[in-house]
Design a protein around this ligand. Structure first.
Ligand code: G4P
Length: 530
């Protein structure tokens, strides 16, 4: 069966980067190329970027930052791009990880001055686990950045993925001359002042015209790098790319709109259309006629006037039309998708038809959990949408004892939404919460008060790390007896252990060889590669 053209043209991806690498800037350029916004001008102040700042929650507005991921759609060169935005401030939340379960590819954006940074490393771990195809863009070439070979080496050694440079820069900083496209020997000139970009066909890297454009010193360095890269490095291998083992690398400058179009072209050409996905029953192919989707994100109170929740669905197979009934596999209920919406951050737009690869929002009357599967009637559950190990933990103490019902409801709902993970200690009635980014504690505290009327204090629990424990029932029981003080149940009543230090974890690994200590709630959270 050949893939439906509507599905074949979908490119669903996310941007993996550290704050300030230029994610907002490049997103703006993408939207401009997609004709979604008219102005190509420079990036405006953050507070005015309403299409990329999803300032849905009060706390976000107070802090002037974007906490929640949003989804942007734009057409380009015959493809339909769905960009799943990942929260981009210092503290990020589980939504950032989960956005990566909904995509088929990722753009890794690296700041040429700072090189590979912490948040990129964490997000890349999720991409590697899922074998997500990666395309890398090294941004800010108009600044005096790190040496090109050092940057490529950082990607290989720190992000643990082989690099295949598609372009090579000539010069950098104030003397940035442009990039040379290795495959077709085209020199793309950079001229910041005049904003003029030219594409000049060269006969090869030794074309004497390059010397005129680049100057003696830069051209020597470029030719050395060119020799090294084309001579010693493994050539681009599409299968390795699709398997998340090798990434094409491009250089440019987002703010100057330099190299962005080439990057989008590469995405259209190289990034895969919607991929096959694994379920607990069988593998689901995107070209199956029957509709299927999973919930990867739940966002509460997007509209402060109504207490509403929106569930974000990633469609995995087939298509669906507004008003169609679908089957909710976890509860066995039939539900009607009355007003599915596509998103441009805050501006919702009701859509009539959506295809595999698309992301749509539906109104959630409190029915959905993250990871829920929707189908046309067949019963199965998509796998690979795990809970990720939080890094910060706190005990929740209610300050007004009369509000205990409200606090419990709030904690349960916020954990269903994925804003936090809620644990029940084996030895204590005080609930423990875990978050991926520290800022989530503030978000939680203020949401519990604003939305549920429960004032709480959060007492931090110092911990080395949390692990889900998998293995034979008897082994788990033996383990929980010994580690009772550190063991808890998660919301699905799976056993987790909060290790206070590395030593305790290593001891457990040594003494309980039959158990698996997993950093996600699904030990093999993979998607299939077609
Ligand atoms: P983020 O979403 O990843 O956090 O980054 P963002 O796009 O907001 O970019 C961070 C800063 O880097 C911005 O400057 C932006 O203008 C700048 N920037 C992005 N791309 C380039 C580039 O190619 N070259 C140079 N030199 N700078 C770049 P800012 O001063 O923090 O914000 P603003 O006042 O420009 O809004």
């Amino acid at each position: 069966m050949s893939i439906h053209p509507e599905i074949a043209k979908r490119r669903t991806f996310a941007i993996v980067s550290h704050p300030d690498a230029g994610k907002t800037t490049i997103t703006e350029k993408f939207l401009w190329y997609g004709n979604v916004i008219r102005e190509a001008g420079h990036v405006r102040a953050k507070a005015n970027r309403s299409y990329t700042v999803s300032d849905w929650m009060k706390i976000e507005q107070q802090r002037g930052i974007s906490v929640s991921s949003s989804v942007l759609n734009f057409p380009f060169e015959g493809c339909q791009f769905n960009l799943v935005d990942t929260p981009g401030h210092q503290d990020f939340c589980e939504d950032t990880y989960r956005a990566l379960t909904a995509v088929d590819a990722a753009l890794v954006l690296i700041d040429s001055v700072n090189g590979v940074e912490r948040q990129t490393i964490k997000l890349m771990d999720v991409c590697r686990m899922r074998r997500t195809p990666i395309i890398t863009f090294i941004n800010k070439m108009d600044l005096d950045g790190k040496n090109i070979l050092d940057l490529l080496d950082e990607i290989e050694t720190i992000l643990k993925i082989k690099v295949a440079p598609f372009t090579l820069p000539i010069g950098c900083g104030k003397l940035f001359k442009g990039v040379y496209s290795i495959a077709d020997n085209v020199f793309h000139t950079f001229n910041k002042e005049e904003g003029k970009q030219e594409f000049i066909q060269m006969t090869g890297a030794d074309d004497p015209r390059l010397d005129e454009y680049a100057g003696e010193n830069w051209i020597r360095e470029f030719r050395e790098q060119y020799e090294m890269i084309t001579g010693a490095m493994e050539p681009f291998n599409r299968d390795a790319f699709l398997n998340g083992e090798m990434c094409p690398v491009f250089f440019g400058s987002a703010v100057n709109n330099f190299g962005v179009r080439q990057l989008l072209n590469a995405f259209a050409d190289l990034a895969p259309p919607p991929m096959k996905r694994e379920s607990d029953v069988r593998v689901i192919s995107p070209d199956e006629d029957a509709f299927s989707a999973f919930v990867f994100k739940i966002q509460a109170n997007m509209d402060p006037k109504h207490r509403d929740r929106t569930a974000f669905l990633r469609i995995c197979s087939g298509s669906f039309t507004r008003g169609e009934k679908v089957y909710h596999c976890r509860t066995g209920r039939e539900i009607r998708l009355a007003a599915p919406t596509a998103f441009l951050a805050k501006d919702k737009e009701v859509i009539d038809h959506a295809w595999a690869g698309d992301i749509v929002g539906i109104n959630d009357p409190g029915l959905f959990h993250i990871g829920d599967t929707l189908t046309e009637g067949e019963k199965f559950n998509f796998t690979g949408i795990p809970d990720f190990a939080p890094e910060f933990f706190a005990r929740v103490t209610l300050l007004n004892p009369l509000k205990s019902k409200q606090m419990n409801k709030g904690l349960a709902e916020l954990s269903e939404e994925g804003a936090t993970q809620l644990y029940e200690s084996l030895k204590s009635p005080v609930p423990v919460i875990g978050v991926v980014g520290e800022l989530q504690f503030d978000v939680l505290q203020s949401r519990l008060l604003a939305e549920y009327g429960a004032e709480v204090s959060l007492d931090r629990v110092p911990a080395y790390g949390i692990r889900w424990i998998f293995g034979a029932e008897s082994d788990i029981q033996k383990f929980t007896a010994e580690y009772a003080m550190d063991c808890m149940f998660d919301k699905e009543r799976r056993v987790v252990c909060l290790f206070p230090n590395e030593y305790r974890l290593n001891l457990a690994l040594k003494n309980y060889e039959n158990l698996k200590f997993s950093e996600t709630s699904q030990p093999e959270a993979m998607i299939l590669r077609s």
